[in-house]
Design a protein around this ligand. Structure first.
Ligand SMILES: *Cc1c(COP(=O)(O)O)cnc(C)c1O
Length: 361
């Protein structure tokens, strides 16, 4: 049970709708199919309905439970991709629900094929291809080395190849990344007897290849979440000019205002075992506001305050601590503070049972 109204996440549906429309328009100019990635907001129906009503018919999530939620909502009117490599125990549910998984191991392809035979099904699968991030995927040469075995799995249909960049290592996509994928696709088409074998790229970081070049190699799909949710591209620390920012805000209440001087002797680690760095150049004591929200609900590096004179000192599980010594505003106990929320914060806020949601049209 949640008591009271705060802390809350405010979701501006009209901004999101404008972003989704802009995304559809750009993708159609660039001849790309947008695949909406829903993991950042737990596949919340208010947002997925906006996507569906705008004409989006492909959804992707890294959590099977979110995809099942979407299937309950849209049934066979849309396609669903599982973009985290499947666990063995998920295989049966994936096949039964006609979800399209990304797969990067021969062993798992074999399991899909065996299970499909038992279930008299023919699941579609996307091969994950590694293009430099050091996260998931077959190396292109690995696909080619094992091509006979992959092609001999008659109970599964390989419908596409897909890659992800700028996730783990921040490796940015290049035109050559697309060229490499297209060339692999062309080699694979005849072997898989599939003239429609598609190329799928993600996430949002890939948009710059269409924004910055005129003759971008032709690929089929872009999987994105950050673009339409936040209008930004974190991998380049930039906003996308054709999208809007600020669709999500956090509001929470100040529960203490006092001047504080942290003791600088005898210091161990913080509540999460991290090294504490306290800046010595500031003249303490300084006025601090404690806000009733914490790392259980938000990511303190993904919260943005309008007043530049207020800085985030840090956060514990339950508190966010602000330094408001330099602010001209007279913060009082019981005041609400309002932050623009970035990806990490929205992700946690949707997962936290302590956060209320307010949708504005
Ligand atoms: C999260 C994710 C995406 C979407 O990335 P954004 O940066 O949010 O656009 C795309 N593909 C995969 C495999 C992902 O895990």
């Amino acid at each position: 049970m949640v008591v009271g109204l705060y802390p809350l996440l405010e979701i501006n549906l009209s901004k999101l709708k404008q972003n989704i429309d802009a995304l559809q328009k750009k993708c159609s100019e660039w001849m790309l199919e947008p695949v909406a990635v829903t993991k950042g907001f737990c596949a919340d129906y208010k947002i997925t309905d906006l996507l569906f009503d705008a004409g989006i018919r492909s959804f992707a999530d890294s959590n099977l439970s979110n995809l099942l939620k979407l299937i309950d909502r849209f049934g066979n009117k849309a396609q669903y991709q599982l973009i985290r490599l499947p666990m063995k125990e998920e295989i049966e549910a994936i096949i039964e629900n006609q979800i399209i998984p990304m797969v990067s191991q021969l062993e798992i392809l074999n399991l899909f094929s065996e299970k499909a035979k038992q279930l008299h099904a023919q699941p579609s699968v996307i091969l994950a291809i590694e293009t430099g991030d050091g996260r998931e995927g077959f190396l292109p040469e690995e696909v080619l080395e094992n091509i006979k075995q992959i092609a001999s799995l008659d109970h599964i249909a390989i419908i596409g190849i897909g890659t992800s960049l700028a996730c783990l290592s921040g490796v940015l996509p290049q035109i050559s990344t697309l060229e490499q994928l297209c060339s692999l696709r062309n080699q694979l088409k005849p072997i898989f007897h599939n003239p429609h074998l598609f190329v799928s790229v993600g996430g949002t970081t890939f948009f710059s290849l269409w924004e910055d070049y005129n003759h971008t190699p032709k690929v089929d799909q872009i999987r994105c979440g950050e673009a339409f949710l936040f209008g930004s591209d974190m991998s380049r620390k930039r906003n996308l000019s054709w999208l809007q920012q600020g669709a999500f805000h956090i509001e929470a209440e100040i529960v203490e205002i006092k001047s504080k001087k942290p003791d600088s002797s005898n210091r161990g680690f913080d509540a999460f075992g991290r090294v504490c760095e306290i800046s010595c150049e500031k003249n303490y004591p300084r006025k601090r506001a404690l806000v009733a929200i914490g790392l259980q609900d938000i990511d303190d590096t993904q919260l943005f305050f309008k007043d530049r004179n207020v800085t985030i000192v840090g956060a514990t599980s339950n508190y966010l601590v602000l330094d408001c010594e330099e602010s001209r505003h007279d913060f009082r106990i019981g005041d609400l503070v309002r932050f623009q929320a970035g990806y990490g914060t929205v992700l946690r806020a949707f997962l936290s049972p302590y956060i209320q949601k307010r949708y504005i049209e």
